[in-house]
Design a protein around this ligand. Structure first.
Ligand SMILES: [Zn+2]
Length: 133
């Protein structure tokens, strides 16, 4: 803390410039039109809400899942996550998710990997690391 205060005194403008640097542009995938886009909007709202739990039973997310709990969870589109009790998404708002974001806040087990599926930001679930309720 002292160190940064000293830096602030010496280089007030350079530090400000750093904190004001624009966020990286979200990449636009030109190939996205080649495949069917995942459904968005009101159709997704009608999907069942499923609680996504870590194997330690901590609730990680509430997710709008098309077939409810009938089919396995292999991926989660970030925009279909409706509840995020640990603020995993809020913490990375404006930035892309990192590997460290896909970790259970309770037991520190990694449950997924960030990625892009059909042009949308998503989390690829690591097999058997989550449960559905
Ligand atoms: Zn856990």
């Amino acid at each position: 803390m002292l160190w940064s205060a000293l830096l602030m005194m010496l280089f007030p403008y350079s530090l400000r410039a750093l904190s004001l640097s624009p966020l990286p542009c979200r990449s636009v995938h030109s190939g996205a039109a080649l495949y069917a886009m995942p459904k968005r909007g009101s159709v997704v709202d009608s999907y069942r809400s499923v609680d996504i739990l870590c194997t330690c039973r901590t609730k990680l997310f509430t997710y709008k899942k098309k077939n409810g709990t009938k089919s396995n969870l292999v991926k989660m589109y970030v925009e279909r996550i409706v509840d995020d009790p640990f603020g995993i998404l809020t913490a990375s708002e404006g930035n892309e998710l990192t590997e460290d974001d896909c970790v259970c806040s309770n037991c520190n087990q990694k449950f997924g990997r960030p990625g892009v599926i059909k042009g949308l930001p998503a989390i690829k679930i690591i097999g058997n690391r989550v449960r559905m309720k």
